[in-house]
Design a protein around this ligand. Structure first.
Ligand code: FAD
Length: 552
């Protein structure tokens, strides 16, 4: 098969225009093109008046070798790479047979990373046991809505904790910028399609599935792991680890139960603060890492659509427009848009009582009134050290303490009940208190309390972050007309952008100082987003599976 990349056609091209375009590009007879499939479709909207669709297509041709030879110097016409997934090892059926079988591997956490780690281990025949602190996704959905509708938080069952992990109540954006020489993102997408995601995620450039579909997909993936002999236990918080002579030997659950294992995947997510503390106390090597803090911003989606697509706004192929913005502020900070959710809602995303955290989600249709995105400022460990020193190593847990300070402040400024503090963009830029909403109604539930986010001595973020965001908002207006409109709403705070620490691992994917312990995914500092967490889960499962099946 032969692959053409960068095949460009106008947005409104006829449905059957692709075939003649391929034939023309390859300079072959129509009859020689036996079949073709679209591998990827993206759009180029840099010129609003002439938006272009860009295709990557795989073609079956008569005389393919000759055509490939003719285009030998053309980087856009190449043999189609084999993107099939190949297992690195497979357990024999007798692997756990015998009088003294070795213990099964444990996977802690059932977010995207834990799901894919468990799935690959199960597909390799290793029958993993998954321990998830939160509830199954149906019950978890009810608990999460309990916070949004009634202001009642369950600290073990919420946006961060429970089956499906942090990404379950999300926009379900399924793309990533990680380098992927083994096409592992394809394996993730293929498994999602098997679990009920629409086929289009395999070819659309920036696929998304929205929150409802994610819920049913997670249930199907759980069923597959169980059908392969895996086990998934909910409401089983790991509260301790058993380490002997630098090797993991098992875990203790909050119930007191101990489970022996020589291989444990830590797929905890970025909000497992109690577990991070426990691991630190047990001496598992970790270090502080940078993350970002800021607010969610909401605009009418129609403003973003018009700014990005002009007269083509509303075109079904384009859908609701997104954006990606970066500004380098004079004080040396970078401000950027994060986890943009077209046509979505801002959600309450705390996992701890009396703290407020924002994030965003949307449905597949992305047809809510507002667009939202995080507007966040990059910070580094020196910003959140708690010991008052100017330099030197930072305690790995300091980033967590720093997040808690601003999340508690947000709760106070929101005046309780998990309401988020908010301000209109016009007031924020002028550094004045907001009093009434304009024509952007914020979507965050249980509600937004308008306030002065920059109160002297009681600001909602550190001064350097406030200053950088004040400078960035008008700068973003130059890229998206209407971005700094006076009525746009900021709500905060956005603190859980990534893990504040890294549980460092070696080239063998194992903890630097505890063998058999495999830190993975976003919480360990090795992923950011559903796709990269899924890919990391696959890689960790491969390393673990190889170590179990082909011990050196
Ligand atoms: P998590 O998904 O956080 O999963 C970790 C799991 O471990 C949790 O279920 C937790 O309960 C469990 N756990 C923690 N401690 C323990 C313990 N001690 N014992 C047992 N279990 C434990 N990313 C995207 O790519 N696209 C999006 O559109 C998107 N939208 C998002 C919207 C929201 C509201 C949020 C919160 C996040 C969003 N993200 C999105 C980010 C994405 O969800 C995360 O990057 C991803 O879920 C990380 O996967 P993970 O498996 O590493 O961790």
């Amino acid at each position: 098969m032969l692959r053409i990349t960068e095949l460009r056609l106008p947005l409104n091209h006829a449905e059957d225009a692709l075939r003649p375009a391929i034939v023309q590009r390859l300079g072959v007879l129509d009859a020689d093109l036996r079949a073709f499939t679209v591998f990827k479709r993206s759009y180029d909207a840099r010129k609003k008046s002439a938006i272009v669709l860009t295709y990557t297509v795989d073609c079956e041709l008569t005389g393919e070798a000759v055509v490939l030879q003719r285009f030998a110097g053309d980087s856009h016409i190449k043999p189609t790479p084999n993107t099939d997934y190949h297992f690195v090892a497979q357990a024999p059926a007798s692997f756990y047979a015998g009088s003294n079988p070795q213990p099964r591997p444990l996977v802690i956490g059932f977010g995207p990373c834990g799901i894919f780690a468990a799935l690959i281990l199960a597909q390799m025949g290793l029958r993993p046991i998954v321990l998830e602190r939160g509830k199954d996704v149906r019950q978890r959905t009810k608990d999460t809505w309990g916070l949004w509708r009634q202001g009642e938080l369950d600290p073990e069952s919420n946006v961060q904790f429970g089956e499906g992990g942090a990404g379950t109540f999300s926009d379900g954006k399924l793309w990533s910028q990680i380098s992927d020489p083994r096409f592992l993102t394809r394996k993730v997408l293929t498994e999602f399609v098997k679990a009920g995601a629409p086929e289009e995620i395999l070819y659309v450039n920036k696929p998304h599935i929205g929150t409802f579909r994610l819920v049913s997909m997670v249930i199907k993936m759980r069923a597959e792991i169980e059908a392969l002999g895996g086990e998934i236990r909910f409401e089983q918080k790991v509260s301790d680890v058993l380490i002997e002579d630098g090797h993991i030997r098992g875990v203790t659950l909050a119930s007191g139960e101990q489970i022996a294992s020589n291989q444990v995947v830590l797929a905890l997510g970025h909000s497992a603060r109690d577990t991070f503390t426990m691991l630190h106390q047990r001496g598992v090597y970790m270090e502080a890492k940078p993350f970002s803090i800021g607010y969610r911003i909401e605009h009418p989606q129609s403003i973003i659509d018009a700014a990005r697509f002009g007269a083509s706004a509303g075109h079904p192929i384009l859908g609701a427009a997104d954006y990606k913005l970066v500004h380098h502020a004079k004080n040396g900070r970078s401000v950027y848009s994060f986890c943009m959710c077209p046509g979505g809602t801002v959600v309450a995303a705390t996992s701890e009582p009396n703290r407020v955290v924002t994030n965003g989600m949307s449905q597949y249709s992305r047809n809510e009134r507002n667009a939202n995105a995080g507007i966040v400022v990059g910070i580094n460990p020196q910003d959140y050290r708690q010991d008052g020193k100017a330099d030197g190593p930072v305690n790995p847990l300091d980033g967590m303490a720093f997040q808690r300070i601003w999340e508690s402040r947000a709760y106070e400024l929101g005046e309780g009940g998990y309401k988020a503090p908010g301000a209109l963009v016009g007031d924020f830029i002028k550094r004045q208190r907001s009093k009434v909403f304009g024509n952007v109604e914020p979507s965050y539930k249980p509600g937004v309390t308008l306030t002065d986010l920059q109160q002297k001595g009681n600001g909602s973020l550190p001064d350097y972050a406030l200053e950088a965001i004040r400078e960035a908002l008008p700068a973003f207006e130059r890229q998206i007309k209407g971005f700094s409109m006076a009525d746009a709403v900021l709500t905060g705070v956005e603190t859980r952008t990534s893990s504040p620490l890294r549980i460092t691992r070696g080239r063998d994917y194992q903890s630097l100082n505890v063998k058999g312990l495999y830190p993975a995914g976003e919480g360990a500092g090795y992923a950011g987003g559903i796709m990269s967490a899924g890919v990391d889960g696959i890689e960790v499962a491969e390393a673990l599976g190889s170590a179990m099946l082909q011990p050196s």
